[in-house]
Design a binder for this molecule. Sequence first.
Ligand SMILES: Cc1cc2nc3c(=O)[nH]c(=O)nc-3n(C[C@H](O)[C@H](O)[C@H](O)COP(=O)(O)OP(=O)(O)OC[C@H]3O[C@@H](n4cnc5c(N)ncnc54)[C@H](O)[C@@H]3O)c2cc1C
Length: 414
Amino acid sequence: MATGATRRAIVIGGSVGGLFAANLLLRRGWDVTVHERARQGLESRGTGIAHHAETEAIMALAGVRDENPPGVHVPGRCAVDASGAVVAREAYPQYVTAWGRIFNPLRAAFPAERYQAGQELAGLAQDAEGVTAHFADGRSARADLLVGADGLRSAVRAAVAPAAQPLYAGYVGWRGLLEEAEFSPAFAPVFTQFTFGFPGKGEFIGYPVPGAGDSVAPGRRRYNFLWYYPVDAGAALDDLLTDAAGHRHALSIPPALIRPRHIAALQADAAARLPAPYAEAPLRARQFLVQPIFDLDSPALGFGRVALLGDAGFVARPHVGVGVLKAAEDARALAEALEAEPDIPAALRRYGAARIPPSRAAVAVSRHLGAFIERRLPRPEADPSLGLTLPGLLALSGRPVADPAAWVRHADAH
Ligand SMILES: Cc1cc2nc3c(=O)[nH]c(=O)nc-3n(C[C@H](O)[C@H](O)[C@H](O)COP(=O)(O)OP(=O)(O)OC[C@H]3O[C@@H](n4cnc5c(N)ncnc54)[C@H](O)[C@@H]3O)c2cc1C
């Protein structure tokens, strides 16, 4: 590609990671287009997420101007026992929000004519001068830089680092969202609690999120539950991810295709294992999502003129709740490295050096937090050799890792 002219970037994947990168590069003078496989519907895809001030700061850099509150404010988190009584508390004021509350403003901040929906990357080729993306519809595009922000099953990663494969953790996340009004009055005292429960099978988490129109007004909010639920790899996982027509979905099954008997089994477990009033959440929910939980580690984040970003590069289990923040921090580090270093391959090496250590730390900490589920233990502290206590779990879940290196040392030691 010509030097001296505006530099051109192709971003593959138009979810949160791709939009952080595209908005940040555009605002630093790059000519950017986003190519997203899905034709529509991304805005309604996510459920609840833990929100962090750091994410908000990078959203502002990415051009998001949003006066609305970032989510529902919770003062801390608590753990409940089998009777529903609180047995541990951790003060940690934070916002919990809906995934769309991040995606929608990022999408609105990016020029619509530069966002090409319905374009699936089929292959790529690079040389000393540039990189070419080939799409499934037969079109192609050439640029100075290609950013792979195409998630866990990244086609970009398959092209540049095919040996890096997601590893199934041995459990799934069952999720559901309910309107505040759908609960019985008994739920009201716990509705705004960020609650962790250990029903003897995985880990149950519930918290409030904004409702329709991003409303955080009492009565108009929603409740998000997430049950980390053991499902053995092989026949059991295949069965869960297979639809009524016999098709086995690779990554996660679309909500409408989950077979009713799987939901019925989850609800039976909820009735038997979850304390009142929390059992109401899975029992009254009308739509469910099921997401197998994976670990992913990549050998590098820069491959010549190709960068990996967000879930395409590293996936930490959601216990740490930093998937969106990690994608945002990747995008900021990428934009900064490209500004500091004009040679693109050298800039991508700098980007990798900045982002691989914290990404690996997030993966290690999240594995540590999920180890008791993987080992089919009923509670996090059931096996002291794991080095996990209830207060420790409450302190680390759903927040950025303050000192990643210390936690990696801690996890390694156990
Ligand atoms: C159960 C669960 C709970 C979670 N909770 C939290 C939380 O509390 N906080 C948090 O921060 N994160 C959470 N996450 C993680 C978070 O959702 C992800 O980390 C985040 O969405 C990653 O964004 P991304 O843009 O990198 O990838 P994705 O959101 O996966 O986007 C990838 C995009 O690429 C597109 N694409 C794929 N292949 C192609 C192709 N060949 N060509 C073109 N486009 C393509 C896809 O359609 C998609 O839009 C959770 C995840 C799970 C599973």
